[in-house]
Design a protein around this ligand. Structure first.
Ligand code: GLV
Ligand code: MN
Ligand code: MN
Length: 411
């Protein structure tokens, strides 16, 4: 017998979390900021109100646990994140967390005790805006921290080791955040699609088939700063035209050339960033994404070739540093079927699709079978303040999450 989520409570909590860290430009709950900490405190309170016992692990992940009736069984985990990109949207991550808490709350209201324990995990710094290290909390749970995580430094010079205690973590004990495969039964995450497929196709539910791979590069272009009024054009070593051509090359590699699915220049630091100074240095952030890792490798070859050509033509020094290479992760067929069955139980049509965005599920999949439910993003907009999913779609997604939990508990 199924249990119904409380759609009004779900959407009220989602709206309330959406008020924390909102300004005229969007959501500003960048991980480790005081606004992120305010959001974390809000969801911790919701977890307690839903009857979960709450703890913080060494990675700063917030973990709420409800006991099951069979103490010998491993936990089924529901999770996502509450940090946002700068000027982000209200639903990315937040929906998965608020829905997970609602699922537990609805089971308690029913009342219905599952055989398995249920854990709700709110993962630290999924976005990786802070410290340029993404999936920080979920990779700790999966035992996937790298040397760069221990050494991570934020743009303001603060070390991750120094900041983790601010959210209750401790990087010298990070091993304690790691979970063994025999402690976990499976992982289920609800998320907004963040792309146009479901909204365009009129499908209420998406069953995720796999999560895209992503490679990130830091490009440092060094020319010569000089006076913008006196330096003749022919004598300039201007870092900016090289940076602009890198941006066009990234678009061409993924666009016209179709070497990989998408490519983006999302950040640029101009030095000294003054209107009357020829830029002496520009730092450019590049990322490519594709489900096929060989396409990402081919994009890197093309990026490096273009950078070498531009360095010569523009008389600047260009260094391309690979920062991160996150492999694509397929979702197991039986886990996709679980979500499809859960949608069927709710009488909702579904379509299968890959995820073009990254998710905590891709890290957790290294330690336990993972599945993801997507709901439509109106207009396919995300990582922007106009990000919107209707209350009805949010409720549908939460109900499918609950149904999937019931099915997993029975298996
Ligand atoms: C995470 O949100 C990503 O950038 O895909
Ligand atoms: Mn997200
Ligand atoms: Mn995101």
């Amino acid at each position: 017998m199924t249990v119904a989520i409380n759609a009004a409570r779900l959407n009220d909590h989602l709206t309330a979390l959406g008020q924390i860290g909102r300004d005229d430009l969007g959501m500003q709950r960048v991980a480790f900021s005081h606004l992120d900490i305010a959001g974390r405190n809000y969801v911790s309170g919701l977890m307690r109100a839903a009857g979960l016992s709450v703890r913080i692990d060494a990675a700063g992940n917030i973990i709420g646990r409800a006991a099951g009736s069979d103490p010998s069984l491993p936990a089924i985990v529901l999770g996502s994140h509450t940090d946002t990109v700068p000027s982000g949207g209200q639903y990315d991550g937040a929906l998965g967390v608020i829905a997970a808490i609602e699922v537990v709350h609805a089971l308690r209201d029913a009342p219905r005790t599952l055989r398995h324990p249920v854990e709700v995990m709110v993962f630290t710094n999924e976005e990786g805006t802070s410290f340029h290290r993404w999936l920080l909390g979920s990779r700790a749970v999966a035992g996937l921290w790298e040397a760069e995580d221990f050494a991570a430094v934020a743009d303001d010079g603060a070390t991750l080791a120094a900041r983790l205690p601010d959210i209750g973590g401790n990087s010298s004990r990070i091993e304690q955040a790691r979970r063994r495969p025999d402690e976990l039964a499976c992982y289920l995450e609800l998320h907004i699609e963040q792309g146009p497929t479901l909204h365009r196709g009129g499908f209420p539910i998406g069953v995720v088939t796999g999560i895209t791979g992503r490679s990130v590069y830091h490009i440092d272009i060094v020319g010569e700063a000089n006076h913008a009024g006196t330096t003749p054009m022919a004598l300039r070593r201007d870092a900016m035209p090289a940076a602009a051509q890198i941006a066009l090359a990234v678009r061409r590699i993924a666009g016209e050339m179709e070497v990989c699915r998408v490519g983006t220049v999302g950040s640029m630091d101009v030095h000294p960033n003054a209107g009357n100074v020829i830029p002496g240095r520009v730092q450019v952030g590049v990322e490519f994404r594709d489900e096929r890792m060989e396409s990402l490798a081919a994009a890197e070859v093309e990026l490096r070739r273009t950078a070498a050509e531009l360095a010569h033509a523009e008389q600047v020094a260009i260094t391309v540093t690979a920062q991160r290479n996150t492999p694509s992760v397929p979702i197991a067929g039986n886990m996709q079927q679980l979500i499809a069955d859960a949608a069927g139980m709710a009488g909702l049509a579904h379509v299968s699709l890959p995820s073009g965005a990254g998710h905590d599920a891709q890290a957790i999949a290294a330690v336990t079978p993972a599945a993801m439910v997507f709901v439509p993003s109106v207009g396919g907009i995300s990582h922007a303040p106009a990000e919107y999913t209707t209350p009805e779609d949010c409720a549908n997604g939460a109900q499918v999450l609950l149904n999937a939990l019931l099915l997993a508990d029975a298996r």
